[in-house]
Design a binder for this molecule. Structure first.
Ligand SMILES: Nc1ncnc2c1ncn2[C@@H]1O[C@H](COP(=O)(O)OP(=O)(O)OP(=O)(O)O)[C@@H](O)[C@H]1O
Ligand SMILES: [Mg+2]
Length: 254
C-alpha cells in the first residue's frame, strides 16, 4: 500500500565481498512500501551491487536480505524467479538488446514470463511505450535512438510486467539537464500512478532531491547517512558534505 510503513525490502547485517574486496560491511537498510528510496555514493562503492541484492540476483555472504519478510535464499530457484517478476529493473546503461527493435525489447519480458497471446503482448508493450511518451518508434533499433530515448525504452520494458517495485540504476547519468528532468518527472509520475515502491541509485543530486522520500549514502561499505533531502542538505557529516559539494561542482551532467 502506498504510504504504508510496512517494509518491502530489508537488509539485516548484510555483508558482501568479492574475493578480498569488501563491498558491504554488515549493512541494515529498510525500503518501505510506497516509498522512493534514493541511494547515493561514489563510484565503485557498491550501489549496483545493493540493487542486485535487493532483487536476489546476488546473495549476501553473511546477514540477510529479505523481500516481503522472507530471505531470498529461502526461496527455491523457480519461486525466486517468480518473485523477481514483481520487480522492474532499469539497468545502468539501459541494457537494451541491440539486435531487437524497440517494441520487441519492451515485449521481451512478456514473451519470457507470460503466455499471453501475441496481440495482447504487443498491445501491452505499446501501452508501456506510450506511458513513457514514446510512440511511432516501434520498429527502430536501440542504436537509432538518443540516450534519453533509450533510458525511456528501458523504463517501458521495466514496466511491462506491471511491477510493484521499480529499481533504477543511474537513470539520468549521461543526459543533459532537460532530459534528466524529463526522466525524473517520468519516474515520479510512474511512482504515483502505479503506486509502486521505487529505489533509485544516482550520482545526480538534483535527481536525488527531486525524487527521494528517503536518501541513504553508501560510503566504505556502510550507509553513513539516512534521512530526507532536507536532512541531507543540513548534514554535518564530512563525507556527506564533500559528496554533495563535489557533485554540485561537476554539474551539469556527470
Ligand atoms: N560480479 C562481480 N564480481 C566481482 N566484483 C564485482 C562484481 N560486481 C561488482 N563488483 C565490484 O564491486 C564493487 C562495487 O561495484 P558496483 O557496481 O556496485 O559499484 P557502483 O557503486 O554501482 O559504482 P558506479 O557508480 O561506478 O556504477 C566494484 O569494485 C566492482 O568491481
Ligand atoms: Mg553502478
Amino acid at each position: 500500500m502506498p504510504g504504508s510503513p510496512e517494509s518491502h525490502i530489508v537488509f539485516r547485517g548484510a555483508w558482501k565481498r568479492f574475493d578480498a574486496l569488501e563491498i558491504l560491511k554488515g549493512v541494515d537498510l529498510d525500503v518501505r512500501k510506497g516509498q522512493t528510496l534514493v541511494i547515493i555514493g561514489g563510484s565503485g562503492t557498491g550501489k549496483s551491487v545493493t540493487l542486485k541484492l535487493m532483487i536476489g540476483l546476488l546473495s549476501p555472504d553473511a546477514g540477510q536480505v529479505l523481500f516481503d519478510g522472507r530471505a531470498w535464499k529461502s526461496y527455491a530457484p523457480s519461486e525466486a524467479d517468480r518473485q523477481r517478476q514483481r520487480f522492474g529493473f532499469v539497468f545502468q546503461g539501459g541494457a537494451l538488446f541491440d539486435s531487437l527493435n524497440i517494441i520487441e525489447n519492451v515485449a521481451f519480458p512478456l514473451r519470457e514470463h507470460t503466455r499471453k497471446p501475441e496481440q495482447e503482448i504487443l498491445a501491452i508493450a505499446r501501452r508501456c511505450l506510450e506511458s513513457v511518451g514514446l510512440t511511432q518508434i516501434d520498429h527502430k533499433f536501440p542504436a537509432e535512438l538518443s540516450g534519453g530515448m533509450r533510458k525511456r525504452v528501458s523504463l517501458a520494458r521495466a514496466l511491462s510486467l506491471d511491477p510493484e517495485i521499480l529499481l533504477y540504476d543511474e537513470p539520468t547519468t549521461g543526459l543533459d539537464p532537460i532530459n534528466s528532468q524529463m526522466i525524473n518527472e517520468l519516474i515520479e509520475r510512474t511512482h504515483h500512478q502505479r503506486h509502486v515502491t521505487s529505489v533509485v541509485v544516482t550520482h545526480d543530486m538534483q535527481s536525488a532531491f527531486y525524487l527521494a522520500d528517503i536518501i541513504v549514502m553508501l560510503y566504505k561499505g556502510r550507509f553513513i547517512f539516512r534521512g530526507t533531502a532536507q536532512e541531507l542538505k543540513n548534514s554535518t557529516i564530512p563525507e556527506v558534505r564533500r559528496f554533495i559539494e563535489i557533485s554540485y561542482s561537476r554539474e551539469p551532467g556527470h
